[in-house]
Design a protein. Structure first.
Length: 410
């Protein structure tokens, strides 16, 4: 085993309970690094949207990570947004900056020495000055997405109007800060190869005579322990599971529900679409006559995936790696997604997944799997085999360990 490192992991939302892909990615990394023998402390913001739930953490986890949470009010404010716009700053990022977190980080760094400080996403990068004042640790940004690209795609898919104009303006500010921060940290680990290439190219353009530590380490998952008892049962419904307060999910599922699903029902009149996830729009109701079942927030994502379902990920915006796809693969679910949804995963069309970008193609793909259950079962089995080979979180942690040791020695 390599030399243990002292690591401070700073998160923009609590990794537990793992209510979405970002939480899963952070928690998986914590577990993997501790399995590698590193000493990891977790500090996190919590918000109204992502509250701190002590009972969901587990006593062993709290003790092992010396878990610490600080509240931040990130509710959108037009006045604050206008102020940041005038100041030339990104409101997307700055609303995650609170003095209480600054003080908590400073107190932590005065009491303890770290070899590495991991910034989980761009949203905690505003604490970099506090870190630099008190620590000589290597600061590594974990890029879950190229954030400005994600929001540019969201704006592109919106109807023209003031909201789209404002979002495009915010996205420009966000891009400026994302580029600036990329040049200030000591290394970047991106979840997708595409995102790693963007950061590498940006840094080369900014500092052509310097070496840049940019790596691609995908999300890891405990695939062997993932429930997959439904792999042998032909799928009888279509499932989407994802938080509906994330704009790309809301856009994609609205498209699936309103444009794709009616065409599926024309071919398969008895088909059912189950929509699960927190913060469903209030006006979305179950419609039995249209085969739509609004499940809302579920207690256990693994158990939800471990059902005889075709999983659909209808994304048209976003970067990084779609962790919901990783979960579905690990559960042995047949998958239908878009090119954007598959980004960050080296999957083969019509082997582990069907890729469909238009409404007609997606409806045809879903209907085909419903009508050909053995093909759906074969796809699910091949997807799980792929996950076993590529997604184990201990293997990912070993890749992280190698990168971090190189950063500390440099």
């Amino acid at each position: 085993m390599s030399t243990p490192l002292r690591i401070l992991q700073i998160c923009h939302k609590p990794p537990r309970p793992s209510v979405d892909g970002g939480c899963l990615a952070m928690d998986s990394l914590t577990q993997g690094l501790m399995m590698e023998g590193h000493r990891v402390k977790v500090m996190t913001l919590h918000t109204h949207k992502h509250p701190y739930k002590p009972k969901a953490l587990g006593e062993d986890y709290v003790l092992a990570t010396r878990f610490q949470a600080v509240f931040a009010d990130t509710a959108l404010s037009f006045r604050d947004a206008a102020t940041h716009m005038v100041a030339g700053e990104s409101y997307h990022l700055n609303r995650f900056h609170v003095p209480e977190m600054d003080r908590a980080i400073e107190e932590c760094l005065r009491a303890e020495v770290f070899d590495v400080i991991l910034l989980e996403s761009l949203f905690v990068s505003s604490y970099l000055p506090a870190i630099r004042r008190l620590s000589d640790a290597e600061v590594i940004l974990r890029a879950h997405n190229v954030e400005h690209q994600l929001w540019a795609e969201v704006a592109q898919n919106m109807d023209k109007g003031p909201k789209r104009w404002l979002l495009k303006l915010f996205q420009t500010k966000l891009k400026d800060q994302e580029i600036q921060i990329a040049g200030q940290v000591d290394g970047i680990v991106a979840i997708s190869a595409h995102d790693a290439e963007w950061f590498q190219g940006t840094l080369v353009d900014l500092h052509p005579n310097e070496a840049h530590r940019v790596a691609h380490v995908p999300f890891g998952l405990d695939v062997e322990q993932t429930l997959h008892t439904a792999m042998g049962t032909p799928p009888h419904r279509v499932l989407h599971l994802g938080a509906m307060d994330w704009s790309p999910n809301l856009q994609g599922v609205t498209w699936l529900k309103d444009e794709v699903w009616p065409m599926v029902r024309q071919t398969c009149p008895d088909a059912t679409l189950a929509l699960a996830g927190r913060n469903m729009p209030e006006d979305w109701k179950s419609l039995p006559d249209q085969g739509i079942d609004i499940l809302g927030e579920v207690d256990n994502a693994q158990a939800t995936y471990d059902t005889p379902s075709i999983v659909v990920v209808p994304l048209h915006a976003g970067s990084g790696m779609r962790i919901k796809i990783a979960e579905a693969l690990a559960a042995g679910r047949p998958l239908v997604t878009t090119t954007k949804g598959m980004e960050g995963l080296d999957l083969t069309h019509r082997k582990e997944v069907i890729v469909a970008n238009s409404s007609e193609d997606m409806a045809e793909a879903i209907a085909h799997l419903l009508q050909h259950p053995q093909e759906a079962l074969d796809m699910g089995a091949q997807g799980r085999e792929w996950a076993l080979r590529h997604l184990g979180h201990q293997a990912r942690a070993q890749a992280w360990t190698s990168f971090l040791h190189q950063a500390v020695k440099a």
